[in-house]
Every structure is written in C-alpha cells, then in structure tokens.
Design a protein around this ligand. Sequence first.
Ligand SMILES: [Zn+2]
Length: 97
Amino acid sequence: MEFKKIQEFIEKNNIRPSDCTMHTNRNLENNGKIRVLVLKGESDAWVEYICPKCGHYGYTKKTWKRPFSIKCENCGKLIRVQKMKTLNKKDTKISYR
Ligand SMILES: [Zn+2]
C-alpha cells in the first residue's frame, strides 16, 4: 500500500501551489491518512486515502465541495476533512525542479 499517487501526479505535471484551489495532506486516527488536491478551474478533487477504520487504500476523484468528506469504498466509513485550508509550501512536500 503506497501513498504516492497524488505526489506522482504533482511531479509529473509540475503542479505548483499557485495551480491549486486546495491541497491538503493530513494524518487521521489509527494511522489513516488523506490527501486532497483540487486544481484551479476544476470542479473535482483528487483524493487519496487510507481508511482509519479498516486500513483500505483508495485513490479516487470526487466533486469538490466544502466541507469535504469521502466514504471509504471498502467499509463505508465517512472520512471527513475538517478545517480545510491551503497548506504552505513547507507542508505540501512538493519538490521543485
Ligand atoms: Zn474503511
């Protein structure tokens, strides 16, 4: 289970913070994780997550709205992303080349 799809997408397409409406990467309880990326001009969010309940890994696209949540496609748990804000450059771990 590798958590790198969005990272690869960012590197492949040379995405910069200024290209994003929203980009967050956060840890959840029980080693769960969620990363959300919304590109400017797009209405969908790319979502990569590890479910905090069952450990399922998912990578999917979902209509972007606030507050944002996604259902685990394995166990149905609703994973909420609260207090959305754009991360600063230090937190986004985007590599600049
Ligand atoms: Zn789950």
